[in-house]
Design a protein around this ligand. Structure first.
Ligand code: AHM
Ligand code: MG
Length: 343
């Protein structure tokens, strides 16, 4: 059987499935091309002078890695001139990036985390790029795009995906018609379809959470994990496995492929902060993919894709993966009456 490339897949989607608009098709191809370039930079590592920290901090007050900034630049450069975007936003930029006047503007808004899991860069573990696509409001063509135009709930995303730079470089994509996986064929220079209509396998007893924060968790999260840890003699009557790579793309990718649950919940270290992960370019796109693959994505109490954002860099608690497991965590929150946990 002949291989299907990302380009072929997108053309098929444009013709048949959801009548994918031409501008959105172009957008996905350009983001995928930028991810190829970023993959190349990640692979070069020390040989290309890609490792290490800069002296700068991003808007979150985190020290930027060289690759954070390089990947951000690659995505901006690649997406500026195509005429498909109204503006961009990124984890690495305080405010939105407008399309320069010399280029035509399009009707989409692109958000990204250029390198997710940055702490893994220097130790050669998987990192990735996460992206989310929204439609710009209709009246935007006659005026300048503002940050408010981006503040739409995740259910309005028209596409989302991530690239994972691991032993293989993969692109996981949804344009709202299921989740598709493409592998980068370096000899051909193209993305080849390797998995279609992915579904999260149910019943895998595996959880992903940073256990070192256990003493700071809210009671429902603690209850869920304590029950898993109790194994065959506990209320779940089964042993659970644990995995934590500190790279959301890698943890979510594992869950997409073999099931389980991912959590980065609110915790009491910084009680006024809703969580560590960012809603607009981490939780929303991942939530979109997880739901498209039959899973659930909650902040503990609420469906992530329903949250009305108040800021570009807003944080959120994250509980996503296998429906049954996420539902259990949500039930524990509701039973505990924590319906107003900070969001
Ligand atoms: P980053 O986008 O700055 O890399 O931060 C997000 C990452 C996620 O990929 C990962 O799930 C989490 O931070 C790990 O955090 P911790 O080091 O607290 O376990
Ligand atoms: Mg990130």
């Amino acid at each position: 059987m002949s291989q299907r490339t990302l380009t072929q897949f997108l053309i098929e989607q444009q013709r048949k499935e959801a009548a994918l608009p031409a501008q959105l098709r172009l957008l996905v191809e350009i983001v995928a091309r930028a991810c190829k370039t970023i993959s190349h930079c990640v692979n070069k590592g020390a040989l290309g002078g890609m490792l290490g920290n800069l002296t700068s901090e991003n808007v979150q007050g985190e020290v930027q890695k060289k690759l954070d900034v390089i990947a951000n630049e690659k995505l901006l450069e690649a997406n500026e001139w195509g005429g498909h975007l109204a503006a961009m936003a990124s984890e690495e930029m305080e405010t939105i990036h407008l399309i320069p006047n010399r280029y035509p503007k399009g009707e989409y808004l692109l958000l990204f985390d250029p390198i997710d899991g940055s702490s893994n860069i220097d130790v050669d573990l998987s990192v990735g790029t996460i992206f989310s696509v929204l439609m710009a409001p209709e009246d935007v063509s006659g005026r300048a795009v503002t940050e408010d135009d981006f503040l739409q709930p995740g259910r309005k995303q028209v596409a989302a995906g991530y690239a994972i730079y691991g032993p293989q470089t993969l692109l996981i994509l949804s344009v709202g018609t299921g989740v598709y996986e493409f592998a980068l064929d370096r000899e051909m220079g193209s993305w080849v379809l390797t998995n279609e209509r992915m579904r999260i396998p149910s019943g895998n007893r595996e959880f992903a959470i940073n256990m070192s924060n256990m003493r700071h968790w809210a009671p429902p999260v603690r209850r869920y994990i304590e029950e898993c840890l109790a194994g065959t003699t506990g209320p779940r009557g089964a042993n659970f496995n644990m995995r934590w790579t500190a790279s959301m793309v890698a943890d979510i990718h594992r869950i997409l492929k073999r099931g389980g649950i991912f959590m980065y919940p609110w915790d009491a270290r910084e009680p006024d902060r809703a969580g560590k992960l960012r809603l607009m370019y981490e939780a929303n796109p991942m939530g979109f993919l997880i739901e498209q693959a039959g899973g659930m994505a909650y902040d503990g109490n609420h469906r992530i894709l329903e949250i009305e954002p108040k800021g570009l860099h807003q944080r959120v608690g994250v509980v996503m993966g296998d429906r049954d497991e996420v539902k259990r965590v949500v039930d524990y929150h509701h039973e505990a009456g924590l319906t107003k946990q900070a969001i």
